[in-house]
Design a binder for this molecule. Structure first.
Ligand code: TRP
Length: 326
């Protein structure tokens, strides 16, 4: 079974875009792959965050992943900081990374914007991410398109290390495994659904109750030509609803469009499909939230399993660079 690894920031509630765009694919990966999911709390420290929030969101992220359907019997869910090899390997990799390589990272350029007080951790963020991937000999890394450049860096670092110190790391596949639906904001269909852009009516949380989901979809921005047609460039709002409906029902948006004459009917049925899609997520969320010690136990087991793999890789790397082993 191919080893798959992905990482998720502990950043609060999951929305429909995260779920349909990534997490649902992970749930299907766990069946045919040896899958690892890492809650990257060390990455979260690269920007200002309240200690108590970080701790809560880390546990929330675990609850959300399990609610979304990750099954601890099939995959490994763990918290990055609970496996000490992540920062240890990061150091070894940093010592083979050029400043210029990190300066080119578009995410750093966007977030850092040349501020004098930008943190070193934000600068070296991609190296920590490379360590996350390389520690587990991951072949496939399902991430969003915005992480493509970071994945490329992980490949470069692995290849360079292998060349300089002998084969140590598996070089991950450059191809990002098939991604899920791209879900746009319901009020501003030209931009991605995102919780960082505050748009309460535009974002569907996976835990929203059915009445809220129904209301948000009913109020979703469409257009005035009244024709139900799938055409993302001229009808972005309506096409987004068709995409969401299609992803929720496993059908094609064009096929769905052909069955409707009125926006209102389409919205009603799209809302029903989303409500049904999210119902089991909401239910599992209730169960896991009521059993946080069970969730902690899942993370404990996950950290132990992850540590077994990570420590073997780290030892290989440490030995290769010439550290004196105990
Ligand atoms: N940087 C990724 C993001 O923001 C999260 C991440 C951290 C990650 N480590 C990873 C993703 C390792 C895949 C593999 O989405």
């Amino acid at each position: 079974m191919a080893r798959v690894l992905s990482g998720v920031q502990p950043s609060g509630e999951m929305h429909l875009g995260n779920y349909l765009g990534a997490v649902r694919q992970w749930v299907s990966h766990q069946q045919e792959h040896d899958a690892y999911f890492c809650i990257v709390d060390l990455h979260a420290l690269t920007i200002e965050i309240e200690p108590q929030h970080l701790r809560e969101r880390t546990l929330d992220a675990a609850v959300n992943l399990l609610a979304a359907g990750l099954d601890p019997a099939l995959c490994t869910v763990f918290v990055q900081s609970q496996v000490p090899e992540h920062p240890r390997l990061t150091w070894l990799l940093e010592c083979t990374t050029a400043m210029g390589e990190l300066r080119r990272m578009t995410q750093f350029k966007d977030k850092g914007r040349g501020q004098e007080d930008v943190r070193v951790g934000l600068f070296t963020y991609p190296v920590l991410m490379a360590a996350d991937i390389l520690l587990y000999d991951a072949e496939r890394v399902p991430v969003g398109d915005d992480q493509r450049q970071h994945l490329e860096l992980a490949r470069d670092l692995a290849q360079r290390f292998n060349q300089r110190f002998g084969t140590t790391f598996v070089v991950p596949d450059a191809a990002i495994p098939q991604v899920g639906a791209r879900v746009m904001d319901l009020q501003h269909p030209e931009r991605k659904m995102s919780k960082s852009v505050s748009s309460p009516l535009g974002t569907i949380g996976v835990l929203d109750d059915p009445a809220d989901i129904e209301r948000k979809i009913r109020k979703a921005v469409t257009d005035t030509d009244g024709d139900v047609r799938y055409d993302p460039s001229t009808k972005p709002g309506l096409s987004n609803l068709l995409d969401i409906f299609a992803a929720a029902s496993g059908r094609r948006p064009q096929e769905i469009a052909s069955e409707y004459q009125r926006y209102g009917d389409l919205k009603r049925d799209a809302a029903d499909a989303v409500i049904e899609l999210l119902r089991p997520v909401r239910e599992r969320h209730g169960e896991y939230s009521a059993d946080l010690s069970g969730v902690r136990a899942v993370l404990e087991t996950g950290a132990r399993k992850a540590h077994e793999v990570a420590s073997a890789t780290y030892l290989r790397a440490a030995e290769a660079v010439g550290l004196l082993m105990r």
